[in-house]
Design a protein around this ligand. Structure first.
Ligand SMILES: Nc1ncnc2c1ncn2[C@@H]1O[C@H](COP(=O)(O)OP(=O)(O)OP(=O)(O)O)[C@@H](O)[C@H]1O
Ligand SMILES: [Mg+2]
Length: 392
């Protein structure tokens, strides 16, 4: 086994303190200071907290709960009992008042190494997140309903809790905050404006955490946020989210602009939402043909879902499959009552109707992805992530 070399990120505004801690870290074997723009992608984050310590401690808590960093050490130029209490509750491992004591930092690093002695280099460098992109073949056919409830279902399917983020890509008309009854001051347009600052710490300060445990990134609701976003910026955001979350679920709506194309390119799995109506199925076919022309996403990564399914539909599943030239991967039952009631209450289906067929069905759909992930792990990558078994 190769011994791991652990990276230490420094989120410290005070230059003198930053240099001092950087020097101490560099002097300890097996640790290095991560200076790259991705300074957040590190094993230990040393973070300065200050006047807004309650907010800082919330960020600490988010970073630790999503597994973005293994441990966080806090530094502060002033110490007060309330600050210490928040620091302790946030899950931060150490608290160093400045001026820092070299021996204390070295001892903390040694303890960290002791706790992580079984980690190998390969394990450490593994990227984790999967991007699951849900796109609608038409408006108003339940794409947001599926995205929200699929993401919430992913959360509850593991013994050890996985981290799930939900991004709204419906420019201006995103409804995820409404569906989950959250008030969010920020959206991805905000990140686009401050892209130079983008790291895990900043990302976590922008994301809203829903009571279910989902992390939400809404879409801009004003044009100024939209205009600033470029495919490059979206790529940066998604790559970072992939590192910080186990699953990133995207509600892409119906657009196929240059930003959605970038999202498509980065997606591990695409779920095309449709209903059994002619206009929708024609659009599904158009989308599949467009993906073929573009050369991405690969056909294996594209799965068609039929929403609001009922057996007596005029167009049968068989006819639909014939028309689109692809098997339907999954059917979600028709249940207007529960879906609209969830939307109106700003809750998930798991919250309002945990036993309903539709809730169980979406849970089962989500479990296909988690089962596939563990299967893939067992088979050491022989199977592709998206080669999933279709619902028959
Ligand atoms: N499986 C379902 N059975 C019955 N009704 C459903 C189902 N899924 C969603 N709906 C209903 O469809 C309507 C639209 O849902 P939703 O907003 O999720 O669609 P959308 O495709 O995201 O719409 P938009 O194009 O406006 O973003 C809602 O009233 C919802 O209750
Ligand atoms: Mg929608």
């Amino acid at each position: 086994m190769i011994d791991a070399i652990f990276s230490v990120g420094l989120e410290i505004r005070n230059e003198k303190v930053r240099d001092e801690i950087g020097e101490i870290v560099s002097s300890v074997q097996g640790f290095y200071v991560q200076n790259s723009p991705d300074a957040d992608d590190c094993d230990i984050l040393v973070m300065e907290i200050g006047d807004d310590f309650k907010n800082d401690c919330q960020i600490v808590n988010s970073l630790l709960s999503t597994g973005s960093v293994k441990d966080i050490f806090l530094v502060s130029s002033h110490v007060e009992p309330e600050m210490l209490l928040h620091a302790m509750r946030s899950g931060a491992r150490e608290f160093f008042p400045t001026p820092v004591k070299k021996e204390e930092i070295i001892t903390a690093l040694m303890k960290f190494r002791g706790r992580n002695k079984d980690v190998t280099v390969t394990e450490k460098n593994k990227k984790k997140g999967k991007i699951i992109n849900i796109i609608g073949s038409k408006g108003g056919i339940g794409t947001t309903t599926i995205a929200v409830n699929f993401a919430a279902s992913l959360l509850g399917l593991h013994d050890s809790r996985k981290s799930v983020a939900l991004i709204d890509m419906n420019l201006l008309f995103g409804e995820i905050p409404l569906f989950l009854d959250i008030e969010s001051a920020f959206n991805w347009g905000e990140i686009a404006k401050n892209i130079a600052r983008l790291d895990s710490t900043y990302l976590m300060s922008i994301l809203s955490k829903h009571s279910s445990g989902l992390y939400i990134l809404p879409s801009p609701t004003r044009l100024d946020g939209v205009n600033l976003a470029t495919p490059g910026i979206i790529e940066k955001i998604l790559r970072l989210m992939k590192k910080d979350f186990d699953y990133v679920v995207i509600d892409s709506g119906q657009s196929l602009d240059e930003i959605s194309l970038k999202v498509l390119e980065l997606s591990d799995t695409v779920l095309i939402n449709s209903i059994l109506s002619l206009p929708c199925l024609i659009n599904v076919k158009r989308l599949i043909d467009t993906f073929k022309k573009l050369g991405y996403p690969p056909d294996d990564n594209v799965n068609v879902i039929v929403n609001r399914y009922h057996k007596n539909s005029v167009i049968s599943l068989k006819d639909a499959e014939k028309g689109i030239g692809k098997r339907v991967f999954w059917q979600i039952p028709n249940d207007f009552q529960d879906t609209i009631s969830a939307i109106n209450q700003g809750k998930t289906l798991l919250d309002i109707a945990p036993k309903a067929d539709i809730t169980q069905n979406i849970r089962e759909l989500a479990s296909k992805f988690t089962r596939q992930a563990s299967l893939q792990k067992e088979k050491k990558g022989i199977l592709g992530w998206n080669v999933l078994e279709a619902k028959t």
